[in-house]
Design a protein around this ligand. Structure first.
Ligand code: NAD
Length: 338
């Protein structure tokens, strides 16, 4: 098994990242599928990809395809994974895992029945900053317990489907999962209980008025871990157009020190963090690898060695359960235990 053949399904933002990442990882993208033919053509042309489809089933049925790389809106993650696994193809699917726990379980059953590999796209957890903070925390440089505070502030998403409660389900599902996985990785622990308050800041906005039900777009979240560490997050996708309010840097701190920076950011060649130990401050600069390439290399290594995918159902389900617990806490006004 040398160069694997990849069918990329979805030619939007993530479709472009996957094509580039698979090629950088040394594999061959053999087809692009999108119901929007202009998008598919543009992406295929940019990377000289030979085949185009509008129906994902046709792309997956191509006998040469080894891996199906899913870059579709959330509601399609389950049906496309189930179909691909049923055809004996390995699946790499963008986050979040699925629209519901039932859909996720159907995906897992199909993958296990077929004996194929399943990976999920949390490339941001491969960022150098996450590894560094995990190392600093495990070396005891900050002491224990730790508080990890993250922040994500954005205007109403230009991709308005992100605000559909029956579609991408808003930022708690779509965006917070990257931060939840980072906290879980750094704490090396599982969430125990959650309390969150939230609402819909963008309720009156005309561009999202057509949705039957709007997703929660703003939340203040506190998660307590079994280790005693705490993750906190302020998230909003409800700010006005072109708002200059930006999310603050991540900050982690404990009794002996802490660190600040955009730990799980991607798309930058070099990243800088502030490290605080006692009364000392140090600026640490690291080179950032190409994250999609890294996650695809790790996935293919798992296929080759017949070991579980490094990031798969376990992490996908953990993040889904935590996102659901946050939304339940917002809805009920109660602490939710996991
Ligand atoms: N890992 C990350 O950092 C990250 C960042 C952004 C988005 N995502 C995830 O990636 C997934 C895709 O997001 P995106 O930003 O690329 O969306 P997008 O809207 O840019 O692209 C989705 C594409 O899918 C196509 N499509 C929709 N239904 C289809 C169908 N049935 N068959 C074929 N094509 C279809 C659309 O025409 C569109 O071109 C989502 O799950 C999102 O949460 C991940």
């Amino acid at each position: 098994m040398s160069r694997l053949k990849i069918a990329v399904i979805g030619a939007g933002d993530m479709g472009g990242n996957h094509v580039k990442g698979w090629i950088s990882a040394g594999h061959q993208v053999v087809s692009i599928t999108d119901t929007d033919s202009d998008r598919a053509v543009k992406l295929a042309y940019a990377y000289n990809i030979p085949a185009l489809y509008s129906d994902y089933k046709e792309a997956i049925d191509d006998p040469q395809v080894d891996i199906v790389s899913i870059c579709l809106p959330l509601v399609f993650h389950a049906p496309v994974t189930v179909y691909a696994a049923g055809r004996g193809k390995h699946v790499f699917c963008e986050k979040p895992l699925a629209s519901s726990i039932e859909a996720a379980e159907a995906m897992q059953q199909a993958v296990e029945r077929a004996g194929v590999q399943f990976g999920i796209g949390f490339q941001r957890n491969y960022a150098k900053g996450v590894g560094l903070v995990e190392q600093w925390a495990s070396e005891g440089r900050f002491g224990r317990p730790l508080v990890f505070s993250s922040d994500l502030m954005q205007e109403v998403r230009p991709k308005v489907a992100m605000h559909d409660a029956n579609g991408n389900q808003g930022p708690v599902m779509d965006a917070c999962c990257h931060y939840f996985l980072m906290w879980q990785t750094v704490f090396r622990s599982k969430p125990k209980k959650v309390f969150a308050s939230g609402g819909i800041l963008a309720k009156g906005r005309p561009e999202i008025a057509h949705f039957e039900q709007l997703a929660i777009d703003t939340a203040v979240i506190t998660v307590e871990y079994e280790s005693g560490d705490i993750g906190t997050m302020n998230v909003s996708w409800g700010l006005p157009k072109k708002s200059q309010i930006r999310g603050r840097k991540d900050r982690i701190y404990g009794p002996k020190g802490g660190a600040e920076g955009a730990f799980n950011s991607f798309g930058r060649a070099a990243v800088q963090f502030e490290l605080y130990e006692g009364d000392k401050t140090e600026t640490v600069t690291v080179e950032q690898p190409e994250l999609f390439q890294q996650e695809f290399e790790a996935f293919v290594e798992a296929i080759r060695e017949g070991k579980p995918a490094p990031v798969g159902f376990r992490q996908g389900l953990d993040m889904l359960r935590l996102s659901h617990a946050v939304l339940e806490s917002v809805r009920t006004g109660t602490i939710v235990y996991l």
